[in-house]
Design a protein around this ligand. Sequence first.
Ligand SMILES: *Cc1c(COP(=O)(O)O)cnc(C)c1O
Length: 401
Amino acid sequence: MKIEDLQSIAKTFSSPVYVYDADKISSQYQRLTNAFANVPHLRINYAMKALSNLSILKLMKKLGAGLDTVSIQEVQLGLRAGFAPSQIIFTPNGVSMNEIEEAMQLGVQLNIDNLSFLEQFGSKHPEVPVCIRINPHVMAGGNANISVGHIDSKFGISIHQIPHILRIVENTKMHINGIHMHTGSDILDIDVFLYAAEILFETAKHFKDLQFIDFGSGFKVPYKEGDIQTNIEELGERLSSRFLEFCKEYGRDLTLAFEPGKFLVSQAGYFLVKVNVIKQTTSTVFAAVDSGFNHLIRPMFYGATHYIENISNPQGRKRFYSVVGYVCETDTFASNKQIAEITEGDILCFHNAGAYCYTMASNYNSRLRPAEVLWINNEAKLIRKAESFDDLLRNQIEIDV
Ligand SMILES: *Cc1c(COP(=O)(O)O)cnc(C)c1O
């Protein structure tokens, strides 16, 4: 979408507002499926925790994706968006057995990530097929907060515990139909990823009735100039041929599954905010906007960099700014960034605002969550209203004190 489209959305829907470009989501989906075009059974399960608006889910369904869910509420949203239970995989961590059984009742594919529940579930429901989440202990990417395959990670069942898994499966006669890993958030080194895949193949050989192998996600997208990104085409070429070779060894055509979140939606998203005040101090120039980490927490939470553009003065002379929010706590979006000269009232656009932005928003400082708009077929469609004051009061019970 063009900068003029964003400008007009800021006018029509006012700020702050999240905007998602449907064409970008489609093209990312196509890019991924094209890279794996040689695999006859490919399944892309969109990790909906990245962005869970119903209209986005419907768009994913239209593209042909399934869903990766991590809570019973995400499962319910997925069903509500029209996905069949068989198109949904439930990959929780640390949830109760009740929640897993609730998901079972809804008929979705279960993915179990600890030995305790594997044993309990297998004893109780040996007829229900489950997938097992393996931790191959391969460290992908550099940020320990978003790497979930390493030795201290709480995710998955350790590869060293395979003998114990096998004992449980044999004792309970349960049915394992899939093997899964999700090593972390950044696949930068394809050799490292293929190494983890080999571990998964070795593991898969222990199970005779598999239908799929799920390689999780970790596709890295660029957030700023010069960022490296996952080479999807190279990964597609190399993993596809190795996967097909493995299917021959295994003796059956398996489904190759992925569950990307960020890759599909990050770059499709824009967050538009208005500059409330320009404040010169002895050391810098602050641009304070009508938002904060209540709406976009990634910079403060992960140190994520979101490129910021002044769409009210795109051709303006560049100056250094620190962009901050209106929350009464340090909430710095970016420091010492060159941005086209800002005047109070200008609209700034945060890029890569599709993944883990709206879904992490809160009501801190008793602020309202913003609206969401989908740009589709050259039209801006409101897909979530901004919250109102009533939303802050809902569920509160005023007692006499
Ligand atoms: C969050 C998550 C994903 C998606 O990760 P991205 O980095 O957004 O692609 C995939 N699988 C599981 C199990 C997850 O928890």
